[in-house]
Design a binder for this molecule. Sequence first.
Ligand code: NAP
Ligand code: ZN
Length: 336
Amino acid sequence: MKIRALASYNRGDELKPFEYEAPGVTDYQCLIKVAACGICHSDIHCMDNDWSLTTYPIVPGHEVIGRVVEVGPLVGNLALGDRVGVGWQSGSCLSCLDCLRGNQQMCDQNKATIIHQYGGFADYLSVDARFAFKIPVALDTVIAGPLLCGGITVFSGLLHAGMRGGQEIGVIGIGGLGHLAVQFAAKLGNRVTAFTTSPDKAEFARSLGASETVLLDSDGGLPEKPSRKLNIIIDTVAAAKDYNAYLNCLDSDGVFNLVGVPLEAIPLSIFAFQDKRRRIMGSPIGSPAEIIQMLKIAAEHNIAPIVQSFPFSMANDAIQKVRDNKVRYRAVLTMT
Ligand code: NAP
Ligand code: ZN
């Protein structure tokens, strides 16, 4: 069987049709008929080979929702017809210490859906069923995809930065990840400050649950401190900024978590974090167990990606809109 996909054949190129032979559905593999797939900024980083990880042609797409149409003989967690989601990760060794600790996303042999195989901008996706997750009924097919990468990255990032409720939480960048971070932080009982370069988002962030917004300069500069000291800041922006200025918005023992991927080095002043025992961390996606927990919490707390959907045939327009920061708030491709 041929899988019909869209691929970028060279650095920065638009997507073009690409067909490949479906791998056999052996052992723990399953075959998913794709219904919808979000566009994460990491798809664009990889199309542009920003991280020197890309082998062309690359088929992007790692916020996949679809139905299971075939399962391998060893699959125990999924059945034919299940509606599932697949995110950034499509495999790990399952036997190293990180995997045994339940941190499969930090496995050295971590497999990525768009790097180590062809991704979800396609009619079908073949993937290890242990990295495909049943989608709660309450989450609609077209909106659920962005939870599988954007959602889990900010949910796990906030938890590992110490979010426990009753805190002051800052979110920098109100894009695909950021608009979900505002919702997770606010709906799980925190007061949220949104930092954005887009005036319309400053207004809209309040409807997502933010109590305060800081409109940044168009180059990302911080014109003023928020009114309260923050316990956690999660930075979802793919561009460098004045990190020392943001560290000085944190309370003592505050944590700054980088989940966005700026390519520049990060200049830091020791005084911005040492005197107040502040910490700087980064975090990747989340573990399979955290993905299951996150989907349950999203369904129960009515946390939902706000999406602009595009037919598969309009994928290049959608990608250009993401590049231009014109999407409100996550572009999703729908397959027919
Ligand atoms: P996105 O939807 O494009 O949102 C990024 C937001 O950053 C924009 O909406 C914009 O928000 C803000 N921004 C301000 N200046 C910018 C600039 N010069 N360049 C780019 N963005 C700028 O992207 P996303 O899908 O949320 O992804 C954000 C970052 O997280 C990317 O670097 C992506 O690779 C990374 N990521 C990391 C992980 C992980 O595992 N750690 C997982 C997924 C994604 P305002 O309009 O509000 O200013
Ligand atoms: Zn992603």
